[in-house]
Design a protein around this ligand. Structure first.
Ligand SMILES: C[S@@+](CC[C@H](N)C(=O)[O-])C[C@H]1O[C@@H](n2cnc3c(N)ncnc32)[C@H](O)[C@@H]1O
Length: 220
C-alpha cells in the first residue's frame, strides 16, 4: 500500500497532487516539518516513494547572491553516499545540494533514509548538465572548489571561508578532467596513512565543515 506524507507547506503548494493521490486511493497523512525530518526513522526505505519529489527545485532561481555554501555532486552512484552528503550539507548550513550527471535520484528510499530527513528541508536540484550547475554557482558569486584526491593544493592551504561551491565526484572515477578544468581550484584532503582515498561522504564532510567553520569563526 502507498501512503503520501504531506507537510502543510507542500499540501498548499500542490493541492492537485494531494487530490490525485486521494482519488487514486492513496492514503494521505499530514505531517509536520519536524516529523518529516524523523520520517526515515519510522518507515522502511521501501515505504518512502514520492514524498520528497516535492522539494526538487529547478536550477534556475535556486541560488542568489545570499548563497554561502553549496555542494555539487557529479555522478554520485550510491544513494547512501548521496543521502549522507545531503545530511552533512544540511548540518553545515549549506544553501543547497545540486546533483549532476548520472547522479542517483535523491528521492530514492535509501537516500532519504541516509539523509535522516534532510532531503525534506534542504533545497535540492538535479540536472544532467554540470556546466549549467557550475555556471549557476558562479553567477551567485560562489568560488568553485573541487574535492580531488590528486590535486596539487592541500585543503590546509586554502582560504575556504568565502562563499563556496564544493564539487565532488563519482565513487569510482572521481571528477572528469573537464570538470577539474572548469573549477577555480582543485583541492586535496591530505591522507597520512595508506588509504588511497576517502569515501565521498567523508570527503564532503571534511570540505563542507572546513568552509562552514571558517566562515563562522568568531573574530578576535
Ligand atoms: C572515492 S573518491 C574517488 C576516487 C577515485 N579513484 C578518483 O580518481 O578520484 C570519490 C570522491 O570523493 C572525494 N575525495 C575522496 N578522497 C579525497 C581526497 N583525499 N581529497 C579530496 N577529495 C577526495 C572526491 O570528490 C572524489 O571524486
Amino acid at each position: 500500500m502507498h501512503e503520501l506524507f504531506v507537510t502543510e507547506r507542500a499540501a498548499q503548494a500542490h493541492p492537485d497532487l494531494v487530490g490525485s493521490a486521494r482519488e487514486a486511493g492513496v492514503r494521505v497523512s499530514p505531517i509536520t516539518d519536524r516529523a518529516a525530518a524523523g520520517l526515515s526513522e519510522t518507515v522502511t526505505p521501501q515505504g518512502i516513494v514520492a514524498v520528497c519529489a516535492l522539494l526538487d527545485r529547478p536550477l534556475d532561481g535556486l541560488l542568489d547572491d545570499t548563497a554561502r555554501l553549496v555542494a555539487v555532486l557529479d555522478g554520485v552512484a550510491d544513494p547512501g553516499n548521496a543521502g549522507t552528503v545531503i545530511r552533512v550539507a544540511d548540518a553545515a548550513g549549506a544553501d543547497a545540494v545540486i546533483l549532476t550527471g548520472d547522479s542517483v535520484d535523491p528521492h530514492n528510499g535509501k537516500c532519504v533514509r541516509a539523509s535522516a530527513g534532510s532531503v525534506f528541508h534542504l533545497p535540492l536540484s538535479r540536472t544532467r548538465d554540470i556546466a549549467a550547475a557550475l555556471a549557476a554557482c558562479r553567477a551567485a558569486g560562489l568560488r568553485l572548489l573541487a574535492a580531488h584526491g590528486y590535486a596539487e593544493t592541500e585543503l590546509g592551504a586554502v582560504d575556504a571561508a568565502g562563499p563556496t561551491a564544493w564539487v565532488f565526484g563519482n565513487e569510482a572515477h572521481g571528477l572528469a578532467p573537464g570538470v577539474l578544468a572548469a573549477v577555480d581550484l582543485p583541492v586535496r584532503i591530505p591522507l597520512y596513512g595508506a588509504a588511497e582515498s576517502l569515501n565521498l561522504a567523508t570527503a564532503a564532510a571534511v570540505c563542507l565543515y572546513t568552509s562552514a567553520m571558517a566562515a563562522r569563526r568568531p573574530v578576535g
